[in-house]
Design a binder for this molecule. Structure first.
Ligand code: ASP
Ligand code: MG
Length: 422
């Protein structure tokens, strides 16, 4: 009979130095002593990934994508080996494996690979042999012929994806993501002091929060959890406190329609001013942006006047320079007046699965911002979200006002009822 299997993931801040690594090892040892099989996924220590990127940038402006992935993967190798050694020191049998050794194959795209398949034969064998298996997160090998396969990384925050994918593949009973916050909150508690930790959030809502800038979990990991029905628990590695469960939520009808706020400062607004209003213009602008790999998000085209119109959209702030470079020559070609950009904007969103059949929430959001004299520059919506783009300087005021307006600090009665029912 095999033991219940628990997957645990520890992020970089939980592994920032030797003391923290030893503390993580003690936590793993406790879980092991409770009689569970354990697969542990680790991120690189502290800011290692950023430091490695910095080293590469110090060598060249244009590092080779293949070499960069091999370099970045070493961050997770370091922490995996050190956690394994720390477990040995506690007398716990353990072994570290790289992503490829754990049987993770990818589609081969450097820097943003997707997991294509998992064959965790080696992981199972080591578990059978009584070991805790430590897997280096954020990486896998491309699915090429043996000997030709390449190390590829899964994009920033990719260890979350490794953890959820392995939990799904191994049919783990639990998938725990240990991090430096206690769980998912109604808003970023560093900005909104009255933010409340949510006991439960649905996959759909978590996905939308992650998309809109909540940085607790990688978007892809939430998607994978949803598709595979992996119940994910986000919790603190620094204290023993219950976390937040991300799962299918049967009580969605009984909940507040707005579950949380997200915000994103990594955004910039681009406007093509007075562009001729004729077919093909949008394609002429967005095709080259797509080719340059730039993520366009909110798009607004004004009603045309005198054969001309303004076209505005947002891009990640870090991609603004390359968006400008792509568009500058086009502005002349298309006969537009000019290109303007604004990097001092931010997005604020209300998110909740109940929003799509609840009229009046958009009006309440806009009214709340108006009462605080916050100007809305752009609006976009989905079934479970309303997003406004505002000046970055207004962001904190907006978050606090919206948190109050939607009474997000109030615990939901349904949670008390569910926990009372045990
Ligand atoms: N170390 C990688 C990063 O910083 C992956 C991760 O932390 O999940 O993005
Ligand atoms: Mg990290």
């Amino acid at each position: 009979m095999s033991l219940p299997l628990v997957v645990q993931k520890f992020g970089g801040s939980s592994l920032a130095d030797a003391d923290r690594i030893r503390r993580v090892a003690r936590r793993i040892a406790r879980e092991r002593a409770a009689g569970n099989d354990l697969v542990v996924i680790v991120s690189a220590m502290g800011d290692t990934t950023d430091e490695l990127l910095g080293l590469a940038a110090a060598i060249t402006d244009d590092p080779d994508a293949r070499e960069l992935d091999v370099l970045l993967a070493t961050g997770e190798h370091q922490s995996a080996t050190l956690v394994s050694m720390a477990l040995h020191a506690l007398g716990v049998a353990a072994i570290s494996l790289t992503g490829p050794q754990a049987g993770i194959t990818t589609d081969g795209r450097y820097g943003r690979a997707r997991i294509a398949g998992i064959e965790p034969r080696r992981v199972r064998a080591e578990l059978e042999a009584g070991k805790v298996v430590i897997v280096a997160g954020f990486q896998g090998q491309s699915a090429s012929a043996v000997g030709d396969s390449e190390i590829t990384t899964l994009g920033r925050g990719g260890s979350d994806t490794t953890a959820v994918a392995l939990a799904a593949s191994l049919q783990a009973t639990r998938c725990q993501i240990f991090t430096d916050v206690r769980g998912i909150y109604t808003a970023d508690p560093r900005l909104v002091t009255r933010a409340r930790q949510l006991p439960v959030i649905s996959y759909e809502e978590m996905l939308e929060l992650a998309h809109q800038g909540a940085q607790v979990m990688q978007v892809r990991a939430v998607e994978l959890g949803w598709v595979n029905s992996v119940v994910i628990e986000v919790l603190s590695s620094f204290e023993d406190a219950p976390g937040t469960l991300i799962k299918e939520d049967p009580f969605v009808e009984q909940r507040n329609k707005v579950r949380g706020l997200a915000h994103d400062r990594n955004v910039a607004k681009v406007t093509v001013v007075a562009v001729p209003d004729r077919p093909g213009v949008a394609r002429a602008i967005f095709d080259p942006l797509a080719e340059a790999g730039i993520n366009v998000d909110m798009i607004v085209q004004n009603v045309g006047h005198g054969g001309e119109t303004d076209l505005s959209f947002t891009v990640p702030r870090v991609e603004l320079a390359s968006a400008k470079k792509t568009l500058d020559p086009l502005v002349r070609e298309l006969g537009a007046r000019e290109l303007t950009t604004d990097a001092s904007v931010a997005k604020v969103s209300i998110v909740g699965a109940g929003l799509h059949n609840a009229p009046g929430y958009a009006a309440r959001m806009f009214g709340t911002l108006a009462d605080k004299a916050v100007n809305i520059e752009m609006i976009s919506t989905s079934e479970v979200r309303i997003t406004c783009m505002i000046a970055e300087a207004d962001l904190e005021i907006a978050l606090r006002a919206l948190h109050d307006a939607f009474e997000l600090e109030r615990p939901e009665p349904i949670d008390a009822a569910v926990s009372a029912a045990g």
